[in-house]
Ligand binder design. Structure first.
Ligand SMILES: Nc1nc2c(ncn2[C@@H]2O[C@@H]3COP(=O)(O)O[C@H]4[C@@H](O)[C@H](n5cnc6c(=O)[nH]c(N)nc65)O[C@@H]4COP(=O)(O)O[C@H]3[C@H]2O)c(=O)[nH]1
Length: 691
């Protein structure tokens, strides 16, 4: 203050005013003036600067001295230092303000649409709460763990969104990451151990306080307040800042959790590809865009061929790995704006947007066929896959996502029917086929109870002696409105809808019963072969059922031959082996049907207790004009013999085929050359006529 205290108490208003700075002196004079006119005692607080700039608060009480006529002639009074109380009051006020700010930020953090909004509010809260010119939120981003200026107050334009450092540099922020404690710097020039970042240096920052914005798995970043003049940030300042940081870390966690949840809701958890609902969303957006801009969209429905075998033979873990790899390869076939999605199982949908014409889709389909048929190497095992692709195009094949998906699916089904590993564009007739499939399925449900199924029997002969070695039972369905339906038509449908089990059981029982009768009549000593489908074979009580049928029909077990396809025995080798052994114990014969068309591994075949390999009729029929078929047939016969098995060729239609097969060493045959599948009556006649 501007008066020497050795002079004693001030005697005049002027002397009193010298105690204060100009602003407070002015207030003093005004208040005393008010006392003169009102004649009232004046009581007021003044703030002024003491030595070294420290602020001092005083309370002034000025009591007017009056003469006999009541006029104010002077003042006496007191000036009391109330700084301590005032500072305490101010601190309380600041805390209350800060709490209010934190509470407001907390509320905003709950309702904000984005994290950026919360960050922006946080820096303004810091600036207000600590009365600083500079504040910021630095967020850790990217693999390099850069600290990016996400929000700030006071910084020059151009810095926002920029990386301003990382956790590796020896700065005060890296120290925050290391210690997880607030770092307060009163004066950077006195803390040479910290490199001042370019951001701080270019703004002339002298003092700082920084705290960590923590996170459950990793820190979010740092929050800081800065001053260009020396400022002694207190522990209270740091704890206010930490309060703000805690709100940010909770908001960031909540934001990431929401992001994760919505990602999970829209993506397939195994491959991370978009799922059906994200695909539908994107497709709807793309459809309205294509509508406005006269563009085409193609939807490719993909189903992996024989993927189930991979799961069965190599296990689900390998199946999962394979699906991930398939997803990766598919994503590599399309542009970023296209969508590859997994529908579940081994089904994928690829949506190609903004294509010039429908034919452009065939280029991608070819690409997909190439990448999927390129062998996959997983855990040193080579796996070969195929894929059937159905293509539906907007606007030609459908105007909405649902129709396009349905039609692409129908086209995929046709691609599968046509022999797999190919693509097929949708045609309106395909939906009729799908409808037909459905009505066929519902008719098939009633086929057994309405006695519409019956069996035909096809003789199997020794190629060298011409003796009848046995018969193969082949099911037929005589439907009143459809007429005679071939098994090629209804067996795959029965397999898909589970009806194959009751149908298969009926066939087994009927064939065994019929054969036992023929044996009893002395008409045959050969076997009866019955086709067993995968579902039937997989039933846990399959062996008991066979044994039960044998004892009920009285058929000798060695006269029953069960024909299973390669696919059936390649499903879960351990279990199959157990079942096949149990069947052998019963005394039943086992044959592998359609051999050469599947994926048998010789290693497994060696372990199975088999009696016969049946060469698929496709090889027999190509025998005379295709060298490759000759080579395969020869190899199958040699392999069968080396495993001690009997080999039978299916579909022999000509004498030349029979001679050729015999020359290759084939043991037995069946086909139209000898006899077509025969009704019970015709078969009886055939057996009687055969010596
Ligand atoms: N082109 C030609 N074909 C010949 C010749 N000789 C026989 N075939 C036909 O070839 C098929 C042989 O049966 P598959 O390979 O077991 O193939 C069977 C079998 O996989 C399945 N199937 C038939 N009956 C049953 C059954 O009771 N249960 C199960 N699960 N499947 C059955 O349906 C398939 C087709 O049966 P089908 O239509 O009866 O057709 C039979 C038979 O009629 C020939 O010389 N030339």
């Amino acid at each position: 203050m501007g008066r020497d205290s050795r002079l004693g108490p001030p005697q005049t208003l002027h002397e009193s005013a010298l105690l204060f700075d100009a602003e407070s002196a002015d207030i003093l004079k005004k208040m005393v003036g008010l006392g003169v006119t009102s004649g009232q005692t004046q009581r007021f607080d003044l703030r002024t600067k003491a030595g070294r700039g420290k602020e001092v608060y005083v309370q002034v009480v000025a009591v007017p001295k009056k003469n006999d006529s009541g006029e104010v002639t002077g003042f006496f009074g007191t000036i009391q230092d109330i700084s301590e109380r005032k500072y305490a009051e101010l601190a309380l006020h600041t805390r209350a303000q800060q709490q209010l700010l934190v509470a407001t930020l907390g509320r905003l953090a709950l309702s904000a649409a984005s994290l950026d909004e919360v960050y922006a509010e946080a820096v303004s809260v810091i600036a207000q709460g600590l009365s600083v010119e500079f504040s910021n939120v630095l967020v850790l981003e990217g693999p390099q763990k850069s600290l990016v200026l996400k929000a700030g107050i006071g910084w020059k334009p151009g810095w926002m969104g920029q990386p301003v450092g990382d956790t590796q540099q020896q700065t005060h922020t890296s120290s925050v990451f290391e210690s997880h404690e607030p770092v307060i710097i009163h004066d950077f020039s006195e803390e040479p151990q910290f490199i001042r970042s370019e951001l701080l240096a270019s703004h002339g920052i002298v003092s700082s306080v920084d705290v960590l914005v923590g996170g459950l798995e990793k820190p979010v970043g740092v929050l800081g307040a800065y001053s260009t003049t020396i400022r002694h940030f207190s522990a209270d300042d740091a704890s206010f800042l930490q309060g703000v940081a805690n709100i940010l870390s909770a908001a960031a966690e909540r934001h990431w959790t929401n992001q994760r949840l919505s990602h999970m809701a829209l993506h397939d958890s195994l491959t991370d590809l978009p799922n059906r609902s994200l695909l539908t969303d994107r497709l709807n957006v793309a459809l309205s865009f294509a509508h406005r801009h006269n563009q085409h969209i193609a939807l490719l429905f993909l189903d992996l061929d024989l993927f189930k075998h991979v799961n069965d033979v190599f296990g689900h873990a390998m199946g999962d790995q394979l699906l991930k790899e398939v997803a990766r390869r598919l994503s590599g076939c399309v542009r970023a704006e296209d969508t590859v999605s997994r529908q579940g199982g081994d089904e994928f949908i690829v949506a190609l947007t903004g294509i010039q014409n429908a034919q452009a889709a065939s280029v991608i389909a070819e690409k997909i066929l190439t990448v999927i048929t390129t062998p996959f190497i997983l855990e040193e095992t080579e796996i070969i896959l195929g894929v059937s692709i159905g293509i539906a195009c907007y606007p030609r094949d459908g105007k909405d996502s649902e129709t396009l998906m349905r039609n692409a699916d129908a086209a995929m089904y046709v691609a599968k029917q046509l022999g797999r590993n190919r693509y097929q564009f949708y045609a309106p007739a395909m939906n009729m086929q799908a409808l037909d499939r459905l009505t066929l399925e519902s008719d098939l449900h009633r086929a057994i109870e309405r006695n519409e199924l019956f069996l035909m029997y096809q003789p199997q002969l020794s190629l060298s002696t011409g003796d009848v070695l046995g018969l193969e039972a082949l099911v037929r369905w005589q439907n009143p409105s459809r007429g005679l339906v071939s098994p090629g038509q209804f067996i795959p449908i029965a397999e898909n809808c589970g009806l194959i089990v009751p149908i298969g059981n009926w066939v087994l029982e009927t064939a065994c019963y019929q054969h036992a009768r023929w044996v009893a009549q002395g008409l045959t000593t050969g076997t009866i072969a019955v086709n067993i489908s995968a579902h039937q074979f997989q039933q846990t009580n399959f062996c008991e059922r066979v044994s039960d049928v044998l004892s009920r029909t009285g058929l000798q077990p060695s006269l029953l031959e069960l024909e299973v396809t390669e696919g059936v025995v390649m499903q879960g080798v351990e279990q199959v082996l157990y079942k096949l052994n149990a069947l052998r114990e019963l005394g039943v014969h086992l044959a592998i049907d359609d051999f050469g068309t599947g994926y048998s591994s010789l290693n497994y075949l060696k372990q199975f207790p088999l009696h016969r390999l049946k060469i698929d009729q496709s090889f027999t029929q190509q025998l005379l004009n295709d060298q490759q078929s000759v080579a395969i047939t020869k190899a199958i016969i040699q392999m069968g013999h080396s495993l001690g098995l009997d080999v039978l060729a299916e579909g022999i239609e000509t004498h030349d085929q029979a001679v050729h097969l015999q020359s290759l060493g084939c043991d037995a045959g069946q086909g139209f050359l000898y006899a077509k599948p025969l009704s019970v009556v015709d078969c009886e006649g055939y057996l009687r006529a055969t010596p």
